[in-house]
Write a protein that binds this ligand. Structure first.
Ligand code: SF4
Length: 239
C-alpha cells in the first residue's frame, strides 16, 4: 500500500500533544483563501511512499515521543487517502504510538469512519461559523464538517477544534462566540485552538503562480490571540 506524501516533519510541536512526527499528505479538495500550504493542493504532486517505508521512518523517532507525543497525519486533506491513513494508524496503534488526525473534516464519512477506528485524537478545523462563509472562503460544505465532528463525538474520540483568525474578517469576539458555541456543542471537545493568520506562505503562491486570495490581509499578531482568548473567556489550553 502506498500514500502520496508532500513531506515529513520529524519533531513537530504544534500539531497535537508532545513531540510528534508529522506526515503531510499530498492533495486537498478545498481551496481556503488563507491556506498556507497551496503546494499540497495538487492530487498528483508529492511522492509515493510505501506504508512500510513510512512506518520505518516513524520508528526512528519513537524515543522522542515520550509520554504524550506520537504521530500526526495532516495535509492537504488526509481523508482523501483514508485507506492509507487507516492502515498507517492501525499499525501505529499496534505499536502503542499515539495517532492524531489533522483534517478539515470534509472527506467522505465512510472513509473517515475507518480512519477514526484507529485515531486517538482528532484536530478538526472549524474555519467559519456559517455555511455561506465556508462556501465563499473555502469552497467547502459546512454540513460535511459538522457531520464529521458528530461522528467523532459518536465514536468518543477526543477532539481539538482549530480556528484561524484573520484581522478584519473574523477577529470580532462576538463572531468568535459563534465558533465557541458550535464547538462546545460537542461532548468530546477537549480544546479550542485559535491560530493566527500568517503570510509566510506568500512565496509558495508566487512559485506556483497561484493568486493568494488573502495577500492583502495583515498577519494576525500573537499578542492579540491571547486577548481574544480572554475576551471569549477561554483558556488556550482547555475548554
Ligand atoms: S483544508 Fe487545509 S490544506 Fe486544504 S486548502 Fe484549506 S487550509 Fe489549505
Amino acid at each position: 500500500m502506498y500514500g502520496r506524501i508532500h513531506s515529513f516533519q520529524s519533531l513537530g510541536t504544534v500539531d497535537g500533544p508532545g513531540v510528534r512526527f508529522v506526515v503531510f499528505l499530498q492533495g486537498c479538495n478545498l481551496r481556503c483563501a488563507y491556506c498556507h500550504n497551496p503546494d499540497t493542493w495538487s492530487l498528483t504532486a508529492g511522492a509515493k511512499f510505501s506504508l512500510q517505508t513510512v512506518l520505518e521512518r516513524i520508528r526512528r523517532f519513537k524515543p522522542y515521543f515520550g509520554e504524550c507525543g506520537g504521530v500526526t497525519v495532516s495535509g492537504g486533506e488526509p481523508l482523501l487517502q483514508w485507506e492509507f491513513v487507516a492502515e498507517l494508524f492501525k499499525n501505529l496503534q499496534e505499536e502503542r504510538i499515539h495517532t492524531a488526525l489533522d483534517t478539515s473534516g470534509t472527506g467522505n464519512l465512510k472513509g473517515a469512519n475507518e480512519v477514526l477506528k484507529y485515531t486517538d485524537l482528532v484536530l478538526c478545523d472549524l474555519k467559519f461559523s456559517t455555511a455561506e462563509e465556508y462556501n465563499c472562503y473555502c469552497r467547502a460544505d459546512m454540513n460535511k464538517v459538522l457531520s464529521f465532528i458528530k461522528l467523532t463525538e459518536k465514536m468518543q474520540i477526543p477532539l481539538w477544534v482549530r480556528h484561524v483568525i484573520v484581522s478584519g474578517l473574523n477577529d470580532n469576539p462576538a463572531r468568535l462566540q459563534h465558533i465557541v458555541k458550535i464547538a462546545n456543542h460537542f461532548s468530546n471537545l477537549q480544546k479550542l485552538e485559535l491560530l493566527p493568520f500568517r503570510k509566510i506562505c506568500s512565496s509558495k503562491y508566487e512559485d506556483l503562480k497561484i493568486p493568494f486570495a488573502f495577500k492583502d490581509y495583515e498577519e494576525f499578531p500573537d499578542s492579540k490571540i491571547d486577548e481574544l482568548y480572554g475576551a471569549i473567556s477561554l483558556s488556550p489550553r482547555d475548554v
